[in-house]
Design a protein around this ligand. Structure first.
Ligand SMILES: CC(C)(COP(=O)(O)OP(=O)(O)OC[C@H]1O[C@@H](n2cnc3c(N)ncnc32)[C@H](O)[C@@H]1OP(=O)(O)O)[C@@H](O)C(=O)NCCC(=O)NCCS
Length: 163
């Protein structure tokens, strides 16, 4: 089945809700409040600027299956892009996130104004680390992040060279 990235719309809120369980958020600081999720959904739908920040619904065979996107970030003195992804539990293990990551890189490359795309999964998040490795990201090291505010999280720093 094909994996297509299409711009996020407000109608995609159920994707965020399905990915907001304790299990799905165990490496991301735990579930968000319903209010925070509605705000996130609105931001994803209405604050897209190509080359700065864009979020996509991962469409799998015509059905919404997850989210992926990129946004700008200052990282160790340089402007870079960060990416993040989630696949709804019933669609996991089908290679969807891997294909979506390859599609995101292909989509970002022609509109990128920064050279590097980073991903920061927990070292314990084996699937996300496998996605980075398979997509051609290079492991740069481990860092502590405050995410969400008040919560320190250990992350791998994976970097992809968009050139
Ligand atoms: C991480 C996540 C997006 C993976 O989605 P997915 O569509 O199931 O992933 P894929 O099927 O594309 O698998 C990607 C790779 O991970 C591997 N993998 C999947 N589950 C795994 C597990 N439990 N342990 C080890 N490897 C695993 C797959 O074998 C594949 O590797 P390969 O390409 O070398 O064979 C999904 O589990 C998720 O949404 N988790 C919750 C949110 C989250 O943690 N997001 C990431 C934040 S950085």
């Amino acid at each position: 089945m094909t994996v297509i990235l299409r711009p996020w719309t407000e109608a995609d809120l159920p994707v965020l809700e399905a990915c907001n369980t304790p299990e799905e958020k165990k490496y991301l600081g735990g579930p968000e409040t319903p209010e925070r999720l509605v705000k996130r959904n609105c931001d994803y739908a209405h604050h897209a600027v190509p080359g700065e920040t864009r979020m996509f619904c991962i469409d799998h065979g015509g059905r919404p299956a997850g989210s992926i996107g990129y946004w700008e970030k200052d990282w160790r003195g340089a402007a870079v892009y960060e990416t993040g992804w989630a696949v709804m539990p019933q669609f996991q293990g089908l290679g969807i996130a891997g294909k979506a990551t390859a599609a995101l890189i292909a989509l970002l490359q022609p509109e990128a104004r920064h050279r590097h795309l980073h991903a920061f999964p927990s070292p314990l998040n084996l699937a996300s680390n496998a996605i980075c490795r398979r997509a051609g990201f290079v492991l740069m090291g481990e860092y502590d992040f405050e995410f969400p505010p008040g919560h320190i999280m250990r992350c791998n720093d994976w970097r992809y060279d968009l050139l």
